[in-house]
Design a protein around this ligand. Structure first.
Ligand code: SAH
Length: 346
């Protein structure tokens, strides 16, 4: 009978330790193997030179090490790098390296495709969907850290969960991946340099607060009036702004961590004064700041970036009300690597 071998990287350290004990070995062997898997990023049991040959064979008989592979890499004129990352089952996700003067940011995916249906996002058009495993998320970060060292002579400094998928719909695996990324046995990165972006799943935002996570939270708000938001992000019907507001108040009360709202202004959709006033009101619920992001066309006529007048109107109103606002330019547009453009095009 063909036995499907288990992915060894799905095991926690405790589980690995227990595995060795149940096989008549010492628990600390589990620590050694764990370090090979995570800290030293071993791709095969053969690589684990401090482990005896017999033990390596035993591991090989019982487990596989599933690693993602950068299948295709594109570099933008502005230095942004987009990776098509192949998973063990052949599916592809994308992750992006964004270099800036003093830092390098990795934008990573949490799902293949997405469970939500934002009308302006290319990823939402992909049908096929599964959650990424913790190691598949972790591997994207390792790959980008290597690219950052190779192309820009410095390690990766920041991570944003703004690639494909809705991180809070893959809660457990995202948390496990971040635990690995921040643990000294993994990459030892500070959680304050990690931002999880959500389109706003109230129950899960509360769970983040209860779990006392230390990373930052961004919310793709785009509209602070229910009818407008539902028309562009239909799941808002199920999770209306009142519920989102309540969850964000809860988040702030527990974490004292300021929330970032991501917001695109589209012509004829949310470019009126009443839209901006609603945003100001929403920002008052919990300490927050606003990133006005540029719209990246995804090949339809419904959505068009609003003009500079609308952007200035928002900016003035927010600033006059004491709310921090930044206007963000897109990166990597020429290779479809910008926000909302990730759809496995190449
Ligand atoms: N599902 C999560 C993570 C994806 S982040 C979330 O929604 O936050 C991707 C970010 O890009 C989100 O803020 C999303 O609203 C934004 N986005 C999606 N499509 C876009 C587009 N075409 N142009 C600019 N931003 C877009």
């Amino acid at each position: 009978m063909e036995v499907t071998k288990k992915d060894i990287r799905a095991l926690t350290k405790e589980e690995l330790r227990a595995f060795f004990v149940s096989n008549g070995d010492k628990a600390f062997r589990g620590n050694q193997v764990y370090e090979w898997l995570w800290n030293k990023a071993a791709h095969s049991f053969e690589d684990m030179t401090s482990i005896s040959k017999e033990t390596r064979k035993m591991l090989n008989d019982n487990f596989v090490i599933n690693h993602v592979k950068v299948d295709h890499m594109q570099r933008s004129n502005d230095g942004t790098i987009k990776n098509a990352v192949k998973l063990y089952d052949g599916l592809i996700v994308e992750s992006v390296l964004i270099p800036a003067a003093t830092r390098t940011t990795a934008c990573v995916s949490s799902q293949v495709g997405c469970s939500l249906d934002c009308k302006f996002c290319a990823t939402a058009r992909l049908k096929r969907m599964r959650n990424l495993n913790p190691d598949e998320i972790y591997d994207q970060v390792v790959a980008i850290d290597n690219q950052s060292r190779f192309y820009y002579n410095r390690p990766l400094s920041n991570i944003v969960f703004m690639g494909m998928g809705e991180p809070l719909m893959n809660y457990k695996n995202v948390i496990k991946a971040i635990d690995k990324i921040t643990s000294p046995e993994g990459l030892g990165m500070s959680p304050r340099r990690i931002t999880v972006s959500t389109s706003g799943v109230p129950k899960m935002i509360k769970k983040l607060a209860d779990d006392e996570v230390k990373f930052k939270l961004a919310v793709s708000l785009h509209a602070a009036l229910d009818d407008v938001r539902t028309s562009i992000m239909p799941f808002n019907e199920k999770f209306p702004l009142d519920d989102l507001r309540e969850a964000l108040e809860y988040w702030y009360a527990k974490t004292k961590s300021r929330i970032t709202y991501e917001y695109v202004i589209w012509k004829g959709i949310n470019d009126l004064r009443k839209d901006a006033e609603a945003l100001v009101r929403f920002c008052r619920f919990a300490p927050s700041k606003v990133n006005l992001i540029e719209y990246n066309p995804i090949g339809d006529d419904q959505f068009k970036q609003a003009g500079n007048d609308a952007i200035s109107m928002y900016q003035d109103l927010l600033e006059r009300n004491g709310i921090t606002v930044t206007v963000r330019r897109s990166r990597g547009k020429d290779i479809d690597a910008a926000c909302g453009q990730l759809a496995n095009k190449s």
